[in-house]
Design a protein around this ligand. Structure first.
Ligand code: UTP
Length: 300
């Protein structure tokens, strides 16, 4: 049965992955703490949740959880030093992250997959629809995807995933959706999902990206979901069950996102995100763009 379409207030941010693509930087630091210009990637993600009206944030952490918790906590010593120096600008940067949202933490003992990380949120979420934001996927704040996804959930019930059109030769890097059009240009009805298919097997070029609005029925499905690809419990497999059996928790829709997104879990995309965002910054941008222009002319 689909639960009533109450307003969504809770966000879950899984941040317990091993981050092996960023070793050795992630040996003792979660990859979500890597800075994008001068702010850890995870802070952009929490800011995005808050601007979509989700101020109750549960972070699923693994080993090395301390830096994440500390970042969203007060740092009285540093605050006092900056206050004594009268450095209000830096003080507000320190205070900003601890005042953003009501933060909660749950530990995922073993990194048994994204589906398993989401299941760790069940006691906190209860019987409400909730959003999931992957800590290594940055969505540009000028393209508010999550707000659109919560609207689609309010309209259709069930669960809503975020999709992005990719080149067919890149679909093997993503979960992929078989989908039918709806009356709305940016919304599709999802009938099937396949995790990382080869380009021959892929039912479309619609790739799943790291934002979800989920019906709480997903928890029961996840409890019964066997480890899939890579021996991990995959959220894609649970969503496939929901898409095939709408009586379990309503339909699955997809919002096709055409805005700006940076996959900071991938080293190349991480570097591109930093360059783009640095170029756009009012304080750093003008000098950095000049340097970049001459670097490209001289070095390339
Ligand atoms: P990834 O597939 O990017 O895996 O996880 P990873 O371990 O973080 O990174 P690599 O591939 O080894 O470099 C996608 C998201 O799911 C979370 C990660 O923290 C990331 O936000 N995740 C993944 C968990 O929270 N728990 C898991 O068991 C697996």
């Amino acid at each position: 049965m689909t639960t009533p379409r109450a307003q969504i207030t809770k966000a879950v941010i899984p941040a317990a992955g091993l981050g092996t693509r960023f070793l050795p930087a992630t040996k003792s630091t979660p990859k979500e703490m890597l800075p994008v210009v001068d702010k850890p990637a995870i802070q952009y993600v929490v800011e995005e949740a808050v601007s979509a009206g989700l101020s109750d944030v549960l972070m699923v952490t693994g080993r090395n959880k301390r830096p994440l918790e500390d970042h969203f906590d007060r740092n009285y010593e540093l605050e006092q030093v900056l206050r004594d120096k009268g450095d209000e600008a830096k003080l507000s940067k320190v205070e900003e992250s601890s005042a953003l949202a009501t933060m909660h933490y749950v530990r995922q003992g073993d990194p048994r997959g994204l589906g398993h990380a989401i299941l760790c949120a069940a006691p906190h979420v209860g019987d409400e629809a909730f959003a999931v934001l992957l800590g290594d996927d940055l969505i540009d704040p000028r393209d508010p995807l999550l707000t659109r996804m919560t609207q689609v959930r309010e309209q259709h019930g069930g669960s809503v995933i975020a999709l992005m059109e990719v080149e067919p030769q890149n679909i093997h890097l993503y979960g992929c959706a078989a989908a039918q059009p709806t009356g709305e240009e940016d919304v599709v009805r999802v009938s099937d999902l396949v995790e990382k298919p080869s380009s021959d097997e892929a039912p479309s070029n619609l790739a799943i990206i790291g934002r979800y609005v989920l019906d709480p029925a997903v928890f029961d499905v996840l409890r019964k979901t066997e480890p899939g690809r890579g021996g991990e419990i995959q959220i894609t497999d649970a969503l496939q069950t929901l898409a095939a059996e709408p009586s379990l928790g309503g339909p699955v829709h997809g919002v096709v996102f055409r805005g700006r997104r940076y996959d900071t879990g991938d080293r190349g995309d991480y570097l591109r995100a930093i360059v783009r965002l640095a170029c756009e910054r009012e304080d750093l941008g003008p000098d950095f763009r000049d340097w970049l222009r001459s670097f490209v002319t001289e070095e390339m």
